[in-house]
Design a binder for this molecule. Structure first.
Ligand SMILES: [Zn+2]
Length: 169
């Protein structure tokens, strides 16, 4: 590892210890040339296994980019995308595994996406849950309708107690 101060290509480890939660190792290093000290940290990389067998490091920005693409033309803010990315990353990291199939990340995205935007959600779900027919879409839409009816007050339909322009005149 290069010295970050003078770029000398070799440094010496002078101390090495686990972080409190045991998820990482920190090493105190010293440069033999400029004699300055710095700290490095070693953690398990969360890898994503693609269908092709290739693995790559988990990337929150890749998830956000994918969701942004699915939400094109939909009223979804950058803040909401950032929040979704964080939610998905926390959920995946919380599993405590070193490698996760790309397909499972797709499924993990579906959960917060359902609240984010229904149209984009259906698009995403059709890919990641392998919708094959209109019936699959219909079943998913029916489930979205049920959830929406349960979760939110009816804001359509007029309140009979409210005077309208007609009755007031
Ligand atoms: Zn140095």
């Amino acid at each position: 590892m290069y010295c970050p101060f003078c770029r000398h290509p070799d440094t010496r480890v002078i101390d090495s210890r686990s972080t409190d939660d045991g998820s990482a190792i920190r090493r105190r290093r010293s440069c033999p040339v400029c004699e300055r000290r710095f700290t490095t940290q070693e953690t398990v990389l969360l890898m994503v296994a693609k269908r092709s067998g290739v693995t790559e490091p988990f990337s929150r920005s890749k998830i956000i980019a994918g969701v942004r693409r699915a939400c094109q033309g939909r009223p979804v803010s950058e803040d909401a995308l950032a929040k979704l990315g964080q939610q998905v990353e926390e959920e995946i990291r919380g599993r405590g595994v070193a490698e996760v199939p790309a397909h499972e990340i797709g499924l993990a995205i579906l959960v917060p996406m359902r609240d984010l935007d229904e149209v984009a959600y259906l698009h995403f779900a059709s890919v990641y849950r392998g919708f094959e027919s209109l019936a699959d879409f219909e079943a998913e839409i029916a489930s979205l309708r049920t959830d929406r009816a349960d979760g939110s007050e009816e804001d359509e339909g007029s309140d009979p107690a409210m005077p309208t322009a007609d009755t007031a005149s």
